[in-house]
Design a protein around this ligand. Structure first.
Ligand code: 2P0
Length: 326
């Protein structure tokens, strides 16, 4: 007997970052976080449980993964098998939709789409909170990609209490995120390794926990009030303080490269020239610039001159998980 389902999930950019786990097995974070789901970057995943298979078979962007590279997916499918009556192995076919070969594909969209497709193919009927909890077990940031728009991840303290909650799911605010592709290669230090090192060795970690609490308290009412300046200042300072946890770890590490620093300088120059925009970045060098739609043309023109038009991608708020018909 076979059972199949397909889901689409979009990636998200954290405005208040998740950087550290309290429970590495269940993926319970040290703090809450808050993100914006983006329309331009998404993953489509089809899962088919098939009694004829002798192992899970995982194909990403047309390439079959080795058993070792498929370990995270296999472990995740085991969770779904435990929760359902489905015992057979599965075929997983996943396609990342990213405008260029840009290294912007993310574990957030991948595990959110896998959670949706695998649970539905296994015959589970999960509401979106339960789906968010399940996606979290694959990758922390995936817990937020179940929902569209602005999404908060409530840290919680156990499996039941740690999940995403939409703050504004249908965003009627003319804002955008301009993504710069400064290095398309895979990061050398995974988020998983990096954040664990920061928790264990950065003396700034207790200050970070207070910063996140303060930034969440500031950014949520600012989003609801569409207060662009407060949202922008909060997300830029939060990003830099997260990256201070990498520089202050031992051994120290950084996700910045020379172009990252040059692009940060350009954001400051744009602001000084009256184009209000703010930057953030995750576990890689690619800057994302938060701006108002009315300034997109000025910002993309400036960065296209600096880094080439192919390396400048405009995204807008995106939707939550969708189930696609075969
Ligand atoms: C975030 N990042 O809030 C932060 C900011 C990167 C920087 O969540 O170990 O791939 O799978 O839970 O979700 C990236 O880390 O880490 C991430 P795991 P994940 O978006």
């Amino acid at each position: 007997m076979t059972a199949t389902a397909t889901a689409r999930a979009h990636t998200n950019i954290a405005l208040v970052k998740y950087w550290g786990k309290a429970d590495t097995d269940l993926i319970i974070p040290q703090t809450g976080s808050l993100s914006l789901t983006l329309d331009q970057f998404y993953t489509d995943t089809t899962v088919t449980f098939d009694e004829g298979l002798t192992a899970d078979d995982v194909i990403v962007n047309g390439e079959r993964l080795s058993a070792q590279r498929a370990t995270k997916v296999h472990n995740f499918l085991n969770l779904v098998r435990q929760q359902s009556s489905r015992a057979s192995f599965a075929r997983v076919t996943s396609v990342n939709h990213v405008p260029t070969a840009a290294g912007l594909a993310s574990s957030a969209s991948a595990f959110a789409a896998l959670a949706g497709a695998a649970s539905q193919a296994a015959g589970l009927t999960l509401d979106r909170t339960a789906l968010s909890r399940l996606a979290r077990r694959g990758s922390g940031s995936a817990t937020r990609s179940i929902f569209g728009g602005f999404v908060e991840w409530h840290a919680g303290h156990d499996d039941l209490s740690s999940y995403g909650v939409p703050l504004v799911e249908k965003v009627e605010w003319p804002i955008a995120v301009v993504a710069l592709v400064l290095d398309p290669h895979h990061k050398k230090i995974s988020s998983r390794q990096g954040m664990q090192s920061s928790v264990n060795t950065s003396p700034f970690y207790p200050a970070w926990q207070q910063i996140v609490a303060d930034d969440l308290a500031a950014i949520k009412p600012a989003i609801l009030a569409q207060d662009f300046t407060t949202v922008g200042e909060t997300l830029e300072s939060n990003a830099m303080r997260m990256h201070a946890l990498t520089l202050s770890a031992w051994p120290p590490y950084s996700y910045f490269n020379g172009d990252t620093l040059a692009a940060m300088q350009t954001v400051k120059e744009l602001r000084a020239a009256g184009v209000e925009c703010y930057y953030t970045l995750d576990a890689g060098p690619n800057l994302k610039i938060f701006c108002q739609n009315s300034d997109i043309a000025a910002i993309t023109k400036r960065f296209s001159q600096q880094f080439g038009g192919d390396n400048v991608i405009v995204a807008h708020p995106g939707p939550g998980i969708q189930f696609l018909d075969e």
